[in-house]
Design a protein around this ligand. Structure first.
Ligand code: EPZ
Length: 412
């Protein structure tokens, strides 16, 4: 699927953020830990969620998805995950810890995800071994045994590894202490849900977390709003001009992105909404360096680069989290006339006027960034391989159209 986009139209109105992709995926993984029903509301109907439900069904769980609510029930008994399904999303790797805890083993052929770097899983593996599991890497990742308790320090605050180890620990009656954990809002929601299931968790939302697990029961939860989606609509309005209110969001979840935008645009923060006003003319952003939460989120790097491409002035972006998350989009923005140079992990951008072009998305957030740039460009653009975007943005075309964007999906 491609998007045909007519640039130069201001955006005005309200848009509601959907539930967070990177929050619901670990919650679905955690549902393996109990045979009792788990009910999650405010779930986004996106490809990654649909594929995660297929993976849960492959383990033996029953799933139902209706009107934004997902119910997962039944017993997980099969821990050999289908390779084709695992390859569709990075989130498949999150099943390692919960399947190990529930069934005494798990085999993950190869997880998928955005082509933004190598995406190794050495921290997941090292952590599971340190806590008592046997893990081999002959064909993908195969772990077995049980978590015996203990302490493990992550060499870096990996989001996925933190989530996997939390799930593995949640069924262990002996205490497990994890140090240098990721502290993203999505990780904190997983901790809250594991506690609602019966695990005792101290240090929630901090970098040192202790889990005392045991027999876990079902529960229900409302998925937190998607902070990346929220920031995407704010950045798009900033780039093309207009006034947009993003509803059902949590301003503090946007980390360093919001202060950066406040320095260039009129931003009003409500309890659960953010309004931005832009005349489409703004200075470059100076120096941006991506970092774990609450720093500048790597998932907002490509969208911010598209915004910087139409600024008046210079922006330097350093991508510290993923080794290959700059080059492709820079080449595509250059097709639209952007003045952007990438050397290693550093992009130097001198804002300019963009013109429409045919560009190709290579990953989820990069694809959204190309749509942002096309909406700000003069003339018609085509964003090819836009299916990537549908992995993480619910009703993307409809939400933008309702704000006044000239965007139409066509089959490629
Ligand atoms: C999660 O990926 C998100 N995905 C990513 O969002 C997000 O960019 C990332 O966290 C960082 O916030 C999901 O939650 C499904 P990491 P994850 O483990 O868990 C290295 C999106 O667009 N690393 O925190 O894979 C890794 O290579 C996606 O929604 C190891 O070296 O990220 C990377 O350089 C893209 N060994 C860094 O750590 C490991 O064992 C951060 O990775 C694990 C990670």
């Amino acid at each position: 699927m491609d998007y045909l986009i007519g640039g130069g139209h201001r955006l005005n109105g309200e848009v509601t953020a959907s539930g967070c992709k990177n929050a619901v995926l670990p919650l679905l993984a955690a549902s393996v830990l109990t045979d009792e029903p788990m009910v999650f509301c405010n779930c986004p109907d996106i490809a990654d969620v649909r594929n995660m439900l297929l993976l849960l069904q492959a383990t033996g769980k029953h799933t139902d998805f209706c009107d934004g609510s997902i119910t997962v029930s039944g017993k997980a008994s099969n821990n050999l995950l289908p390779a084709a399904l695992c390859a569709r999303l990075r989130g498949s790797g999150l099943l390692l810890g919960s399947l190990l805890a529930k069934t005494g083993g798990a085999s993950l052929p190869q997880s998928g995800g955005c082509a933004i770097g190598d995406r190794p899983m050495d921290i997941h593996i090292d952590g599971l071994r340190a806590l008592g599991a046997e893990v081999s890497e002959r064909k993908g990742i195969c772990c077995r045994g049980s978590i015996a308790g203990g302490r493990y320090r992550l060499r870096m605050p990996s989001v996925g590894a933190t989530e996997n180890l939390l799930c593995a620990a949640a069924a262990c009656v002996h205490p497990v202490t994890l140090e240098n954990c990721a502290v993203e809002p999505e990780v904190e929601q997983l901790q809250q849900v594991l506690q609602s299931m019966g695990a005792e968790i101290t240090g929630m939302g901090t970098s040192t977390v202790t889990v005392r697990g045991g027999r876990l029961h079902g529960c229900s939860a409302e998925v937190i709003p998607d902070r990346i989606e929220c920031a995407t609509y704010l950045a798009t309005c900033a780039a093309v001009g207009g006034k947009v209110t993003v509803k059902r969001c949590v301003p503090r979840h946007l980390g360093a992105f919001l202060p950066l935008m406040k320095g260039r645009f009129h931003i009003e923060e409500g309890q659960d909404c953010i309004t931005i006003c832009s005349d489409g003319v703004f200075e470059g952003f100076g120096y941006i360096s991506t970092a774990p939460y609450p720093g500048f989120h790597t998932d907002l790097q490509q969208i911010t680069a598209a915004l910087a491409a139409v600024a008046c002035g210079k922006t330097v972006i350093v991508e510290n989290m993923f080794e290959n998350r700059l080059t492709h989009n820079a080449s595509q923005l250059a097709l639209m006339g952007a003045n952007i140079t990438v050397r290693g992990r550093r992009a130097e951008i001198f804002g300019s006027k963009l013109h429409g072009a045919c560009v190709t998305a290579a990953d989820l957030r990069g694809g959204a960034a190309l749509v942002t740039a096309a909406l700000a460009a003069k003339g018609q653009s085509r964003v090819r391989c836009a299916n990537h975007i549908l992995r993480g943005y619910e009703n993307f075309e409809q939400k933008l159209s309702r704000l006044g964007a000239d965007i139409r999906a066509i089959e490629d």
